[in-house]
Structure formats: C-alpha cells, structure tokens
Design a protein around this ligand. Structure first.
Ligand SMILES: Cc1ncc(COP(=O)(O)O)c(C=O)c1O
Length: 404
C-alpha cells in the first residue's frame, strides 16, 4: 500500500514579518552580481514542459533546472559562495559589491586577507558548493557528512580539496560538530545553510545567494510572456531555499504574490508539523530521518526562513518517497516534445506532487485549496540533477519506490 501524501493549509497567526527584508530585491541583485563575476557562471535553463502541462490540465509548467549550476549539479553553491563573499567583505570592512571573482583571486587580496577556514555540515550538495567555492577562491574548507552519506557525494567534495568526513551521527549533530570546530579554529567560521537563535547573519546571506536562482527564473518567465507564476512549488529541508524563494517572489509581487506550496520528505517534515501545530512556533523531527530525498532530510527548521514561510505559504505538504521517485521518472521520460530534465531525489518531488494533484481526484481537496486549474502557471525547481548515480538508476531503471 502506498503511503498517503499529507498536507495542511496555512492557518497560523502572522508574525511582524521582519525577516521578509532579508530577501529584498536589492540584496538579491547583489548576490546575482557576485555570481555573475565567476567565469563558470551562466543562467541555468528554465525548462518549459508544455506537453506535461497540457496532459495535467494546466496552463503552463516551468522547471528551473539546477543540474546545470556551475557544473555542480545543484543550486546549493549559490548560497555558500555568496556567504563567503559577504563574510570576507565584512572582515575587510568593505562592501560585497567589491568582492568580484577577479578581486578574490588576485594577489592583492591574498596579501591583504590571507586564508580563512570555512566549516560546514552537509548531506552533499551544500558541502560540495562550499568546497568548490573555497577551492576556486583559494580558501580552506572542512566538511562533515552525516551517517549513511553516499560515496559519490563524499568523493565530489574530496575532489575539491576539502577535508571531508562521514560521521556516525545525523545531519543536525554534524552541524553542531562543525560549529564547535569553527569556534576552536583561528580564522575559522561556520558557513551553515540554516539559522538558529544567535546564528543568523551567515544563513541570511546564504538565502540571498539562493535568490540568484529565483531572480533568474522570474526574468526567464517574463521573457516567455509569463509575467507572474500563479503557483510556486518549492521543496524544503531546513527551509532556507523555500524561505528564499517565497521571500523573493513576495517582494517581487507585493500586491499579488503567487500561491506558495512547500513540500518536504515525510521522514523529515518539520515545517508541515509546525504548520499543523498551528501556533506559529517551529517544531523539530529527530532520529535518522531516512528518505531518498537526502537534501530534504533535515528535522530542524531555519528560524529566519520559518518566519517568512509561516506568513506567506498557502499549504505545507509532507511527501512519501514514491512522490519524488515518480517525479524523477516523469521528468526523465517526458511527454513527447518536452525537454528531458535530469532531476535527482531532492529535485523532483515537485513534479511528483503536481502530478498527484492533477491526475486523479485522490488529492482534490488540496488541489482545490490552492486553486490549481487549467489557468494555472506553475513554477517549480529541480534543485539537483543526478547527484547519486546508483540511486538514480535504481529509481529510473529498476523502478524503485513504485506507485502501485
Ligand atoms: C537538492 C536540494 N534541494 C533542496 C534542498 C533543501 O534546501 P533547504 O535545506 O534550504 O530547505 C537541498 C538541501 O540541501 C538540496 O540539496
């Protein structure tokens, strides 16, 4: 029997919304400018799935394809790299707009700033991004991965010259380990992709870095005549990405924001549980958090992102693994005429959910609650490509996590 998708409409009391300004359009423009100075930078595709939209009874379905991001197969590098630039700018008493790739790799910069050590914990993608950016910018990186992390993901980080380990503890404990080590290290700083009380500046910069992806997508939609998506589907681990996307689009369309739907892996559905509790306070999920959606296996919400999400999201959805497996297959074997999107376990859950909502009446209540119909223009994010090749084949070729 396949497990059910669970969901809750957002009925939480609103906060003062002080965190929305983290994702101001001007901050995101700074991040996008920084990324654009890298020689490896190019805008990732916004894939248009017209055939799929027609099949599902939608006006449009647009997939931001992050498998092309900096050759790294995931969006995550956007956050870590911009946070590193902001950190260096602050240490030097300068503005981040001066921190271009050319400057950060110059002899003059090396003499003035030297080297810092950037610590982090990761399921794979964030650590790879931090390691890559540190490598490109001549900085040092130390990365801890939770129990059960896959070898290819480990290798990709080691390849960038970072000191990387797989630990016997879960993701959240790896975060604590990285924080403690950074505190003991001279010129050491933790660049973590989540916030907690007392650790907010760096995660805010990371969220702004993710804003590059949202700002590109908004521009690409405009270029094809879609001025505003009616719905934005975004997946969440700790919620930094979702907070960034929801915050950016809310600031872009303050009077008429799209409807936001946030998806999580059922094994780590801390935001869904927080929304279901209904009082506006975040809840956590602990344990091993076993899911194929490795990037979403986080049980403790980012406190900054949570404040944005609780105010602006329409529905929180908790998705079993089959939802993402089906999304991977649908994107990888598209309707005739549509582009192939290579999407990994954490990238494809949106596709699986959208199909589940539109194909049958099983989840009609959620479809109606968020107002999905033949006029809907949906934006979703395939946040990673094939980042775990063995798992990818098991799902696509061997049909793991079937829907029947
Ligand atoms: C591919 C991918 N998608 C989505 C996410 C979720 O991002 P967040 O933890 O900010 O919610 C992650 C996090 O690592 C990821 O690697």
């Amino acid at each position: 029997m396949k497990e059910a998708i669970k969901w809750v409409a957002n009925t939480m009391p609103k906060s003062e919304d002080r965190r929305l300004s983290v994702m101001s359009l001007s901050s995101v423009a700074k991040a996008r400018f920084f990324h654009s100075t890298f020689p490896q930078y190019s805008i990732t595709p916004l894939d248009r799935l017209d055939g799929m939209a027609q099949y599902l009874g939608l006006a449009g379905l647009y997939v931001k394809n992050e498998s092309f991001r900096f050759g790294l197969n995931a969006f995550k590098v956007l956050g870590g790299s911009f946070a590193m630039a902001q950190y260096i700018a602050k240490e030097m008493g300068r503005d981040v707009s001066e921190m271009t790739y050319d400057y950060l790799t110059s002899e003059a910069f090396r003499k003035e700033f030297g080297q810092a050590t950037f610590f982090t914990a990761t399921d794979g993608n964030h650590g790879r991004g931090v390691a890559w950016a540190a490598n490109k910018l001549g900085q040092k990186a130390v990365v801890h991965m939770p129990k059960g992390s896959s070898k290819p993901r480990y290798d990709n980080i080691a390849k960038e010259g970072a000191a990387v380990t797989i630990e016997e503890v879960n993701y959240d404990d790896c975060v604590r380990m990285a924080a403690a080590e950074a505190a003991r290290t001279e010129h050491g700083v933790i660049v973590q992709d989540t916030a907690w009380d007392g650790y907010e500046e760096i995660p805010s910069w990371i969220m702004q870095g993710y804003g590059t992806m949202a700002s590109e997508a908004a521009e690409q939609l405009r270029q094809i005549g879609v001025n505003r998506p009616s719905h934005v589907f975004v997946q969440a681990g700790v919620g930094s990405l979702a907070g960034a996307v929801v915050g950016y689009f809310t600031n872009l369309f303050p009077n008429d924001p799209p409807k936001f739907i946030v998806m999580e892996a059922q094994a780590a559905d801390c935001l869904y549980r927080s929304a279901r509790a209904g009082d506006g306070s975040p809840r956590t999920v602990d344990g091993d958090l076993q899911t194929i959606m490795a990037g979403l296996a986080c049980g403790e919400p980012n406190t900054i992102a949570w404040d944005i999400l609780r105010n602006h999201v329409s529905a929180f959805v908790s998705c079993p693994d089959w939802v993402s497996a089906r999304g991977m297959r649908m994107l990888g074997v598209p309707v005739k005429g549509d582009p192939v999107v290579i999407s990994g376990e954490s990238g494809a859950v949106g596709m699986g959910l959208i199909a589940a909502l539109m194909e049958t009446d099983e989840y009609k209540d959620l479809r109606d609650a968020v107002g999905l119909d033949r006029f809907s223009q949906i934006l979703m994010f395939s946040t990673e490509g094939n980042t775990d090749p063995m798992k990818f084949r098991k799902v696509l070729w061997d049909g793991e996590y079937p829907t029947i």
